[in-house]
Design a protein around this ligand. Sequence first.
Ligand SMILES: [Zn+2]
Ligand SMILES: [Zn+2]
Length: 104
Amino acid sequence: MSSQIYNCDSCDKIYSSYMGLWKHKKSIHKKIEVINDEQEQKDEMKKHICKYCTKEFGDRTARWRHEKKYCKLNSPEITVKILIVIIQIVIILSIAIIQLLIAV
Ligand SMILES: [Zn+2]
Ligand SMILES: [Zn+2]
């Protein structure tokens, strides 16, 4: 089993023992992971934008509440569907009115 090699999945370092790799990961990559987490959190703080109306919010909960309460119900898809229905009704009414006017 002495030929067994352990290579780090985060960089290309190769170790002959699991212990060596573990120590390497613990000392080198632990710090990197923490930095990445902080970076992600910062990014996360910036983006609390409603996916429906692109309104910005100070925190995730506020955005979530807004999305759930207002924008999920008024999402563009639904608005378009309602608009199409309204337009159809207007057209039908217009035709009916024109037919009435012609009849008179
Ligand atoms: Zn590594
Ligand atoms: Zn919104």
